[in-house]
Design a protein around this ligand. Structure first.
Ligand code: ZN
Length: 183
């Protein structure tokens, strides 16, 4: 599936909850996972493929093609660890925070340091409609918060200072113009 990028307005919309978990939901979650692996990325939210529903997928395990991991960290035997969440809700965030570099498949070519709570708990339905809760730390906690933001219409650049955000938005506009001129 095609990944939607800025400035598409769907990325700024709050998504609606999934009312019923059915085959269509499962198919969508699997398509999202496939799209995320192909990109490649560590997380994807439904609005990023143009669907304004509260669905996210993640896999932060080291894989080839992810800039975050050095070549030596990506070993053949590392198994994929996909997580698919329906109607996720953060139930706890830690007081302590940390800062790390983030990027987004919907804002290609842009990376910036973002400060977030270092751990969180998230409650969700899995693709069989069963209620689950996990306590996440480190990169997984960061990724969950980033994807949760997406389904509330918030992007990682919204966490930056106005000055930094303006610089990035100008850069995106410039990229857009150059693209229009070449096509
Ligand atoms: Zn993103």
């Amino acid at each position: 599936m095609k990944i939607i990028t800025l400035p598409d307005p769907i990325l700024k919309k709050k998504c609606t909850p999934v009312k019923e978990v059915n085959d269509e939901t499962k198919k969508l979650l699997d398509d999202m996972l496939k799209t995320m692996y192909e990109a490649p990325g560590i997380g994807l939210a439904a609005p990023q493929i143009g669907i304004s529903k509260r669905l996210i997928v993640l896999d932060v395990s080291p894989r080839k093609g992810l800039k975050r991991y050095q070549e030596e960290e990506v070993k053949e035997e590392i198994k994929p660890n996909p997580i698919q969440m329906i109607n996720p809700e953060i139930t706890f965030i830690s007081q302590d925070k940390n800062t790390d570099e983030e990027g987004c498949l919907s804002i290609p070519g842009i990376m910036a340091n973002v400060t977030r709570p270092s751990s969180c708990k998230v409650k969700y339905l899995d693709k069989n409609g069963e209620s689950k809760e996990i306590h996440a730390n480190g990169l997984l906690a960061r990724c969950i918060q980033h994807e949760l933001d997406h389904i509330n219409g918030i992007l990682f650049i919204d966490h930056l200072s106005k000055t930094k955000k303006d610089i990035i938005l100008r850069k995106i506009k410039k990229q857009q113009k150059e693209k229009e001129q070449t096509t």
